[in-house]
Design a binder for this molecule. Structure first.
Ligand code: SF4
Length: 343
């Protein structure tokens, strides 16, 4: 039995909290790294043309997106990186990019990117030292480059955030991860429990108990040093006492530094304007479809107070023991995250 068939019906829509108006700009899967868990294995040599990227930018702009997050692959190694920045800079208030740090370890490249409009970089730091990080990204020198890039970003007033994908290979390393996070001083850290969205099925299955125990220890160690911490796509019952950090599909709608939900597929009629109310409705529709399609909750979840706000686990997860918490059912998706970005 999958309780997700009806676990969105009593969710209250939050029309008060500002929704995320930053969109992913997909610049294609081309990358100079080969991370072990990459979602795009097999496509890392495929280049997306600037014309295709411009079409994507135009759709986002017409929809009313104000901020973009350039994401590949590795957007900064696209041959027309500066043309992409220029095209975005004419249309959006804020440009961010995800990065492995390789290109930004060169000061001239980072400074020129800033001159072309780049304001923020979300760095992928998956290990706590050279060996652990380079083994995962499968690129020698990756650790040194990313540390240099982060140092330069701070020097030139580029906002620094950090993503850490957590899975069987690196969860134990999180017990040592806090030292490097304190040194790197990011505005935000996102822990992403590995998901199965595209081509990364070769990675070992996640043991949620071990992975979330390590994440919680790390949160305890960094919470006084990092302004915003998110744990994405993780069952609430494994984050008891840490619920405010959980960002599942419906909380994601309000995650202001991440990706807008309803425009993600670019499959929206942008020949007309949408009200804020309509955009939130569309975001909830999209989150509902994703939850129904990709996630499951076993019947034990019916007694759990998190039933409505929690996604459960992805369908591909073979072994999952839910830990339902009895109590009055929570129906507000932002129950634990009221004012999360106000401070
Ligand atoms: S028991 Fe089920 S509904 Fe409750 S938090 Fe865990 S996975 Fe989610």
């Amino acid at each position: 039995m999958n309780c997700n068939k009806f676990s969105t019906c009593r969710l209250e829509k939050d029309y008060e909290t500002p929704r995320c108006n930053r969109a992913k700009l997909d610049t294609g899967t081309f990358c100079n790294y080969d991370c072990e868990f990459c979602y795009y294995q097999g496509d890392l040599d495929k280049v997306t043309s600037f014309d295709v990227i411009k079409d994507r930018i135009d759709i986002l702009h017409k929809y009313g997106i104000t901020e973009v997050d350039l994401s590949g692959g590795e957007s900064s190694v696209h041959k027309q990186w500066f043309d992409i920045l220029d095209y975005c800079n004419e249309r959006f208030d804020h440009i961010s990019t995800l990065s492995n740090g390789w290109a930004f370890a060169r000061e001239d490249f980072l400074v020129k990117s800033k001159e072309h409009g780049l304001k923020e970089i979300l760095f992928s730091v998956h290990g706590y030292d050279e060996g652990s990080h380079d083994d995962i990204v499968r690129r020698r020198g990756g650790w040194k480059k990313i540390l240099k890039a982060i140092e330069l970003a701070h020097k030139h007033d580029i906002i620094v955030r950090i993503n850490c994908t957590v899975y069987q290979r690196n969860y134990e390393g999180l017990l040592k991860y806090h030292d490097i996070i304190k040194d790197l001083k990011p505005l935000e850290v996102n822990f992403l429990t590995l998901n199965y969205w595209t081509n990364n099925r070769h990675a070992d299955p996640i043991d949620y108990v071990k992975v979330t125990d390590s994440i919680k220890v790390c949160i305890d160690n960094i919470k006084d040093h990092v302004k915003y911490i998110n744990v994405r796509y993780t069952p609430y019952c494994y984050m008891k006492g840490y619920e405010k950090y959980v960002c599942d599909q419906f909380q994601h709608i309000y995650d202001k530094y991440d990706w807008n939900v309803e425009i993600y597929s670019l499959d929206i009629d942008v020949s007309r304007q949408y009200s804020e109310h309509e955009k939130i409705d569309m975001a909830y529709d999209t989150a509902t479809i994703r939850r129904m399609k990709d996630y499951k909750k076993p019947s034990e979840c019916l007694s759990c107070k998190y039933l409505y706000i929690c996604d459960g686990v992805e369908n591909e997860v073979k072994q999952f023991i839910p830990l339902p918490v009895e109590g009055k059912k929570i129906t507000n998706v932002n129950y634990y995250r009221k004012g999360f970005y106000d401070c």
